[in-house]
Design a protein around this ligand. Structure first.
Ligand SMILES: [Zn+2]
Length: 432
């Protein structure tokens, strides 16, 4: 029990896991740990944010806000204040193209220390301000009140995270003996690190809230395509199993912890690649996966028409004074007419982000936009668009009063569990 009289809570985030993959795996009964949670919890499909890309989504999970409040617009974007690109890691090539050192600093420090909106409150800040103990493993949106000195000589500045904080061996608030995380990504060593740290933390039972972020599934699913990365999901199941075992088995685990398990976004199959830079040689394009931004001083309404009839494009969003315009099939409509899951709210929030481009482009089914280095995942899986396959996520709640319908409801659901008030921008939750 936490001091609030409620069970402690673990948030498990499996990056890129589609609802259909989890549902099929549960049906076949091949994932004992995920199956245990499903048997004791409630499940639904929930909706991500837009663009449905990891830095945007993890920030939504941690702050309970869409990008209008958390202000992280994309994997790659133009920083108007500093007049430069920010690239959080679309691909190794894109990181090299944007400047390797700058990209590392943006990913490790910048996202949390300066890019994340000042109006946004993170789940760690809210809980620890209320006297609870928050812990985070590997999640890239980690902003908290506690400075942590880096464990490696090539980093010099502290990062401010929750009091218990582990980030890819770069920051470790405790010595756990967990193995190095980046030895062999395709074989799942990042999640093996997370599992080792998680096991250590559960054994000591020294937190109220833990974010257990597993990133390797998305990596495998990009390569193998959605709903095919069975081995990677089996490893996620084992990682969750390590927590259950550390608590003394299923009964003790469920006695001690409530659990929320979800992904940050879905994935869809991509077979074709478009280069938006060729369409906009006179503007700045930041493209990656299945979303793109166009930054321009010209009239965005005229530029948007260049994508009419482009089979790579589903919707082009822009602002026109007070109006929020969604251009689709060669004609302008209002974003309120979008029929994508939670489409009107997600499109409006993406446009209200001060860091967004003048145009935001959502890809059509089967298409991906090449990144800064021309890299893509054609033949595999991708995500980022408003379409359902990229946007739907599994949501499993064990021992909570709330089953979130959106990833932006996760943070307020966590606060609600501990009786901590949600920030004013958060959605009102429906209790079951
Ligand atoms: Zn991804």
């Amino acid at each position: 029990m936490s001091d609030s009289g409620r069970k402690k809570l673990i948030l498990v985030v499996i990056d890129g896991l589609t609802p259909s993959m989890l549902e099929d795996t549960l049906e076949r009964g091949v994932a004992p740990s995920l199956g245990l949670l499903a048997a004791n919890g409630r499940y639904r499909r929930a909706i991500s944010t837009f663009p449905s890309l990891t830095p945007v989504c993890l920030s939504a999970l941690a702050t309970g806000a869409h990008p209008d409040v958390h202000e992280i617009p994309h994997l790659v974007w133009y920083h108007r204040g500093e007049r430069r690109l920010v690239e959080y890691g679309s691909s190794f090539g894109a990181v090299r193209a944007a400047g390797t050192k700058q990209s590392l600093i943006d990913t490790i420090y910048g996202l949390n220390a300066s890019h994340l909106g000042s109006r946004a409150v993170t789940v760690y800040e809210a809980l620890e301000d209320a006297g609870l103990t928050a812990a985070a493993i590997n999640i890239t949106c980690y902003r908290g009140r506690h400075p942590h000195r880096p464990t490696v000589p090539f980093l010099t500045r502290p990062a401010h995270g929750p009091s218990t904080f582990f980030f890819y061996n770069l920051f470790e608030s405790h010595v756990t003996g967990a193995p190095l995380s980046v030895r062999n990504r395709p074989r799942g060593t990042i999640d093996a690190y997370a599992a080792a740290v998680g096991r250590w933390l559960v054994t000591r039972d020294d937190f109220d809230f833990l974010v257990f972020y597993l990133s390797d599934y998305d990596y495998a699913s990009h390569a193998q395509g959605p709903d095919a990365a069975h081995e990677a999901l089996a490893r996620c199941d084992e990682a969750v199993g390590a927590l259950i075992e550390a608590a003394g088995g299923p009964d003790d685990f469920l006695e001690r912890y409530a659990v929320l398990l979800c992904s940050d976004h879905g994935q869809t199959t991509v077979s074709e690649v478009a280069r938006l830079e060729d369409v906009f040689p006179d503007a700045l394009v930041t493209a990656s996966n299945r979303a793109a931004m166009v930054y321009t001083d010209d009239d965005p309404a005229i530029l948007a028409r260049r994508l009419d009839g482009n089979s790579a494009v589903d919707v082009v969003l822009r602002r026109d004074g007070e109006k929020l315009v969604a251009r689709r099939d060669g004609s302008d409509g209002d974003v309120s007419q979008l029929d994508h899951p939670d489409g009107p709210a997600r499109a409006a929030a993406a446009l209200a982000n001060p860091n967004a481009g003048e145009l935001i482009v959502s890809a059509a089914a089967g298409w991906e936009f090449a990144d800064l280095a021309g890299r893509h995942h054609a033949g595999g899986g991708s995500h980022g668009s408003l379409l359902a396959g990229d946007s739907e996520v599994p949501m499993l709640a064990v021992g909570l009063d709330v089953l979130p319908a959106s990833i932006v409801e996760v943070m307020p659901a966590v606060l609600d569990h501990f009786g901590v008030p949600a920030p004013p921008y958060a959605r009102t939750l429906t209790k079951a």
